[in-house]
Design a protein around this ligand. Structure first.
Ligand code: NDP
Length: 295
């Protein structure tokens, strides 16, 4: 047996249902439907799939959307010009520029050029900064989705020892900030680990809550965690699998079968954190349309 499954698919559908109802109410009151502008630069196959998933999810909850497809040769100046026009367009509530960008474009400059009030990804320095001082902001969707899972399953966070493995700007770092700083949902004592962390196990073994976002299949094994740990596996990795038609399967960063035996709760991959990311994007877009964060 082992740990109970944290069902991200189920919770994501509940979040989406709640957004769907709120959008309906919002429109009934005479407002136009929220609008998310997706910007896709180039034709990276994974990015095409991700933007497709997001726009499909938008339509499913009543959010209008379209994807602006731009050549991967576009200059930084041209791209910023387009973003400035979207910033100034009152019919656009949220702007999402799909990452990664072609190497000649700086993702930091592009993110910073988005109006922070339309930054539904929560990547703009204004939102990152406000998150770090526990002020209303657009919260990065993946870690916000993880916090939502803790809330749904009444998994206590306050005063626990949380360990986050991975320190990226979009997942690990904001995750650590939410777990440690957020007044209503966080207040865990939080350790953040990255590539330069010496002897990862000395940290993970003490975790009451372990969130792993390193992009390294099977990084976390049973001997690295203690009995009763809550494990959230953010990682999505493609590994070769001859038994599958596609020739690969998706796995997380955690050796699921062995770690589950010691865990009290654990997320599967797929079906754990992934669906929550998209659901939280829907929520952020609605908040942007209602001007709930930045009136
Ligand atoms: P990045 O590659 O940007 O960051 C990975 C982080 O993990 C870095 O901070 C890196 O350290 C750290 N790291 C890498 N190897 C180790 C190691 N052996 N020990 C400790 N730390 C390590 O990835 P992302 O944060 O964007 O994504 C992480 C994973 O989550 C990926 O598998 C990605 O596909 C998945 N993902 C899933 C999402 C979802 O919706 N479920 C959404 C976004 C991402 P350093 O900082 O020193 O380089």
């Amino acid at each position: 047996m082992g740990g109970e499954i944290i069902d991200g698919k189920k919770v994501a559908e509940l979040v989406r249902q709640s957004v769907r109802e709120d959008v309906e109410q919002w429109v009934k009151k005479g407002n136009r439907a929220p609008f998310l502008q997706v910007v896709l630069v180039g034709d990276d196959p994974a990015s095409v799939v991700y933007t497709g998933t997001k726009t499909k999810a938008c339509r499913d909850v009543g959010i209008d959307t379209n994807t602006l497809e731009l050549q991967d040769t576009i200059s930084a100046k041209e791209l910023k010009g387009i973003i400035t026009d979207l910033n100034n367009d009152d019919s656009v509530d949220g702007i999402l520029v799909q990452m990664p960008l072609p190497s000649h474009l700086s993702q930091y400059d592009v993110i910073e050029s988005i109006d922070h009030r339309k930054d539904v990804d929560g990547f703009h320095p204004m939102n990152v900064g406000r998150l770090s001082i526990d002020q209303p902001c657009f919260r990065s969707c993946t870690p916000a989705g993880v916090m939502e899972l803790f809330k749904y399953y009444s998994i206590p966070v306050k005063s626990k020892h949380a360990v986050v493995v991975g320190a990226s700007n979009i997942v690990g770092s904001p995750m650590a900030v939410m777990l440690s700083r957020e007044n209503s949902t966080g207040k865990a004592t939080t350790t953040i680990c990255h590539k330069f962390t010496r002897d990862l196990t000395t940290h993970t073994i003490h975790a009451d809550i372990l969130v792993v976002a390193a992009g390294q299949p099977n990084l976390i094994k049973a001997e690295m965690v203690k009995e009763g740990v809550v494990v959230v596996d953010v990682g999505i990795n493609r590994v070769a699998d001859e038994t599958s038609e596609k020739g690969y399967k998706l796995v997380g960063d955690v050796d699921f079968e062995s770690v589950r035996k010691k865990a009290s709760w654990i997320t599967p991959v797929p079906g754990g954190v992934g669906p929550m990311t998209v659901a939280m994007l829907m929520k952020n877009t609605l908040l942007a349309a209602k001007k709930s964060i930045y009136p």
